[in-house]
Structures are given as C-alpha cells and as structure tokens.
Design a protein around this ligand. Structure first.
Ligand code: F6R
Length: 607
C-alpha cells in the first residue's frame, strides 16, 4: 500500500525513496537512493514484516545529496522513531548544534534528521502522563514550536502502534478518510485508490490518525478543524490508459482539459458566470491594474493571457515570475487584482508572492488545477482549471487549461466592466468551445511531427521564435525541449532576433517559428515571414507552425506543420500542441524518461 502510494507520488520527487513500518514494538525501515524501482529491489531482497501502520517518502534533495543515508525515513530515539519530511528546516544548523551538545549524533547531512532527533528528544522528555495521552502528538507539538521554515512531517513511534502523527507549515499535506483506515499524503493521489473523501488542513496544524480517528490541533495543542471535501476524479484518471507515458496521455487529454475548463460557465441569462469568483463586483470594477504571478510553464500561460486581458479589458496587465515579484518592492494596492496561476496550487514561490500581495491589500484570484491546495485556499477567489490530475513532471494539459481559465477571467472582467458587448463575448466563447475539436485534429495528425522529432534526436541546440501570443508559445516550446530532452533550447520574440540572438544562427541551426494567421487586418504574418527569411539567409533550418491554408510560408520552410484556423488570440491553444509532441517524441527517441526528467520535481514546495 505504501509503495503503491509512493508510485503515485513519485512525480513529486524521485532522488530516493524509503518506507518504515511498525511491527511488534519495533520500527522497520528500508530506503534507497534512486527511483522507486531501486527501493522495490531492496524490499524484495529484505521484505518488511506485515504491518497496518507505516510511512513512506520519495525525495527531491535539498540538504544533502541523493544518497542512501540521506534518504528518508530518518530514525532517531534509538531506532524507535521514524520520520519523513518535505520542505526545508531553516534553523536546522542551530538545532543540530544544540542537539549535538546534548549528546545526540547524526548519520546524515539532512535537515530532516535534525527534525527526527529533535522529535525523539521531545518524546523522551515527556511526562509519563503525556506519553499515556498520545505522546507522539505532544512531542510533535513541542518540536514544531522549535522549527522554522517550511515542512510537512510524518512520524511513527514503536511505542505507539496504530498511530501516525503529522504536521504542516507551508508545505502540502492532506488526510484521506477511509472506513476503519485513514491516510495521509502530500496530495490525494497517494490514497485515491482507497477513498475519495479528503480533509484539507490549515497552516501550522498537527494531525494524528489512527484507523478509527483523525484529530487535528495547532502547534500548541488547541483543537482545530479541517475542511472535508470529495475528490472529483478517480484512480483511473491518474492511470496511463494505454499510453506509453503520462506525458503522452496528458497531451492527448488536452481536448478534454480545455472542454472541462469551459464547462458550466454560463449563467441563467446566457452571460458568462464564474461562480468561484467571490470578489465583489464593485471591487472588480475598480481594478486598475492586474499582476499575474506564476513560475515556469504557468508563467508562460500568464504571458499569453496578458495579450488577451489587455485587449479585452483595457486594464494594464503585468506578468511576473513569483520569485522575483516580492523582492522588487512592487507597486500594488487594493485596486490591484493579483492573478496567480499554479497547476499544483503548492508552488512555494507563488504562494509566498500571493501572501505578500494580500498583505499589501490587493485582491487575489488563483487559477489552479488542484482542489484543496494551499494557493486557492489563501486567495480571495479561485478559478479551477478542470484538467484532471497532471502526473508527468513537465506540464502540458495544465498549460492549455490555464490559458483557457485566464481567458474566461478576462472575458468575465470585460463583461462586468462593459468593455465588450455581450455578443462579442459570446463569439469568443463560441470560438473557445470549438478549440477541443481542433486540438484533437492536431493530435490525430501528429505522425509528421513525430517523424521529424525522431530525425532530430542528435540536435545540440534548437531555437524557437514567435511574436505576440506566439512569443510565450515559443518559450514554452523551448522549455519543453530543455526539460525533457536536455537539449539547449531558447525561445525568442522573433523581432528581437536582429538585436543580438541572430548571431547564434549558423549553417543547419534548427529554428521553429510560430507563424500567426495571415488573416485579419493587424496580422503580424508578413513581419514573421521576414524574420524567417532573416534566419534562413544565415543557414537556419526552419520548421514552421502555421495556419491551414497559409501556403505562403512553404517557400521559407524546410518543414511546415499546419494547425486549424482560429482567431489569433486563441492560436496558442493549438500552436503549443505540436511543440509538446515534438519534445516528448524526441526525448523518447533519446531513451529518456519523459515523465520524470532528471533534477526536476512536479511540485516545487521549497523557495
Ligand atoms: C514545466 C513545469 C514547471 C511548472 C512550474 C510551476 O513543464 O511544469 O515549469 O509550470 O514549476 O508549477 P505550478 O503550476 O504547479 O505552480
């Protein structure tokens, strides 16, 4: 059961893995560096005893390299206590020195072992009456009062059979409510096979589970409450469904991800209704600036959305990487709308930026794919993307769903503020509704891009160009290639090339170009075609993503991939798809694990 849960959570980190169970008054533990498979080998060679109580962990190394010794669980208290940890304990050096002075020794380089030793030390200091009354919970409260930083901790003690105690501060933890069994996990996929009833915890809370009970307190022992909710997807949504990888499956989930995100958004009078927008219409009417905060792929979704939101709502919109935002003394007040975009809802950089924005009095809306996660909970309003669980570490379907949700938000503001006529909004919504079928057409005709990807597996560098909404698409295409195929890739605004990057072009340099539709008055088509010519003249091998019917580009491209006609602002929902397929196929051809690329973790819960 533990290994199965870890398999589902492995996308969050996969440097090493370990488990510990309670059996006959002892803690038995196995751990191993490398992917979960390696732990399975150890468990086969040295099986664990049967046990109804245990904890397990997959690690993404922060303090101390990914070695066997640094893997979790960490044992302490003479081997009677086992602890696992996500996050970073910021005052670990200080605590370690103090504990060492008290006679404790350490086997690993990790901050986690410090927490384990501290917890065991607290346990040993308990009065007999405290031990009798759930000693591990009391010890956890004492330990958490000493810890600084971000952490989720789970611990078991040999003298407390049938009990797991957990704590959280700024790091994810959810409870699964079963029948005569209860669960804890970093996210619900850990226990989705057993229950769809979950409880979200608040910050700085401790939860003690037994087969029959779930008790929540704060770090000082005062009783606390969690919020119970029903998980709206099942185990099959997190299975590969016949595809060779989660990434391939999730690329193919995209028509559905967009369709689901659009679903149920119209009110009784046919207007756009976003039920989760809990911010007063008056306040939204007063918004004079929007700041979009996100990281990585989600930030590229924000950059796409900026073009649409400014165009539809005429509100100045900035997009900022969350980790840069609060360190530059940003200008925001109660009329600023801060829109965070996060698939996981747990990205620490984004969470911290959202908190900062709230402290400054700004309104905060989260665009998020994970129900019950921290960022939406700490925001004034939330717009859920309904992409379903995204397991592959590289984001695909969440990206398209994020753009869709951000567009809905833009249209909603435009409707509320009267920037667009109802008919115009309906037209955009109707175009959005046609998008899933168009994505499907691209997926159904992906043979040509896959062939190209396989033929390019020896490439050392690939550039991506785009303009307007095609610019963030180019950056997303480059990011996918970097993270999956470990190939140097850069995305540029096509107009920027002549200001420097064109020096990179040499004979045979592959350059992807996202070409806008030639239709429409303000089309940038001619400008992008000129940019293609500029790189071709210097020896580039050009690979073009263009709109069906755009025959003009053929003359300038080694390869052309056509996407169905769509209004320019919606083109990213289509043009991204061939780039995702390209990166996935090329990385697969190189023999890489596309679901778990090296050095990465799905949910970056440390700053
Ligand atoms: C790239 C990727 C990352 C995430 C980023 C933010 O494929 O997945 O760049 O987009 O770490 O994660 P969330 O959206 O969970 O906040």
């Amino acid at each position: 059961m533990l290994v199965e849960g870890l398999r589902r959570l492995e996308y969050r980190g996969y440097d090493s893995a370990g488990v510990a169970v309670l059996s006959q008054g002892r803690v038995e533990s196995r751990k191993k560096s490398g992917k979960l498979m390696k732990l399975l080998d150890v468990l086969e060679a040295e099986p664990l005893p049967e046990s109804p109580t245990g904890i397990g962990h997959t690690r993404w190394a922060t303090h101390g390299g990914p070695t066997d010794v640094n893997a979790h669980p960490h044992l302490a208290g003479g081997g009677k206590l086992a602890l696992i940890h996500n996050g970073i304990i910021e005052n670990f050096a200080e605590l370690k020195a103090e504990l060492a002075e008290g006679g404790h020794s350490f086997a690993s380089d990790t901050d986690t072992e410090v927490a384990a030793v501290l917890l065991a030390d607290c346990y040993e200091r308990l009065l007999p009456s405290e031990v009798a009354w759930g000693g591990l919970t009391v010890a956890m409260q004492m330990a958490c009062q000493r810890l600084e930083g971000a952490f989720t901790l789970l611990a078991v003690h040999a003298d407390q059979p049938g009990v797991v105690v957990a704590a959280r501060r700024n790091s994810p933890l959810v409870v699964g409510l079963g029948d005569g069994e209860n669960f804890l996990g970093s996210d619900v996929s850990a226990f989705i096979n057993y229950t769809r009833r979950a409880v979200e915890l608040g910050q700085d809370q401790i939860v003690t589970i037994t087969p029959e009970s779930v008790e929540i307190t704060d770090f000082y022992g005062a009783p606390a409450q969690g919020r119970e909710y029903e998980i709206d997807w099942d185990a099959s949504a997190a299975e590969m469904g016949g595809y060779a990888s989660f990434m391939e499956k999730e690329i193919h989930d995209q028509p559905d991800a967009v369709a689901q995100t659009l679903l149920g958004r119209s009110g009784p009078d046919g207007s756009l209704a976003l039920d989760e927008m809990r911010i007063d219409a008056d306040r939204l009417n007063a918004v004079n600036k929007i700041i979009v905060l996100a990281c990585g792929t989600s930030a590229y979704a924000g950059q796409v959305a900026k073009y649409a939101i400014e165009h539809w709502c005429r509100i100045p919109t900035e997009v900022e990487l969350s980790h840069e935002f609060r360190y530059r003394d940003p200008i925001l007040d109660q009329d600023t709308l801060v829109v965070s975009i996060s698939q996981s809802g747990e990205t620490m950089d984004t969470l911290m930026a959202v908190r900062y924005a709230r402290e400054q009095g700004a309104m905060t809306v989260a665009i998020c794919n994970t129900n019950g996660s921290t960022i939406p909970r700490e925001s004034d309003a939330v717009l859920y993307t309904h992409a379903g669980p995204e397991i592959a570490v590289a984001s695909t379907k969440a990206f398209l769903a994020q753009i869709t949700a951000a567009y809905l938000l833009g249209l909603y503001l435009a409707q509320l503020r009267g920037n667009k006529f109802q008919g115009e909004i309906k037209d955009v919504l109707a175009d959005l509704a046609k998008t899933p079928d168009k994505i499907q057409q691209i997926l159904d005709n992906s043979g040509q891009i896959k062939d190209l990807a396989r033929s390019m597996s020896e490439s050392r560098s690939v550039l991506f160009l785009g303009r307007h909404v095609g610019f963030p698409v180019a950056m997303e295409g480059a990011l996918k290639l970097k993270e999956l195929a470990y190939i140097h890739a850069e995305g540029f605004a096509a107009g920027e090339l002549k200001h420097g990057p064109i020096a990179l072009i040499e004979e045979g340099q592959p350059v992807f170009v996202v070409v806008p539709s030639p239709r429409g008055r303000n089309s940038l088509h001619a400008k992008v075609v000129s940019n293609i010519q500029e790189v071709r003249a210097r020896g580039a091998k050009t690979i073009v993503i263009a709109e069906e019917g755009d025959e003009a580009v053929r003359a300038y491209a080694e390869h052309v991939f056509y996407i169905p006609e769509t209004p320019p602002l919606l083109a990213p929902l289509l043009a991204t798809v061939p780039l995702q397929i390209f990166a996935c196929e090329l990385a697969t051809a190189k023999g890489y694990d596309v679901d778990q690329p090296r050095n990465l973790a799905k949910s970056v819960t440390v700053e």
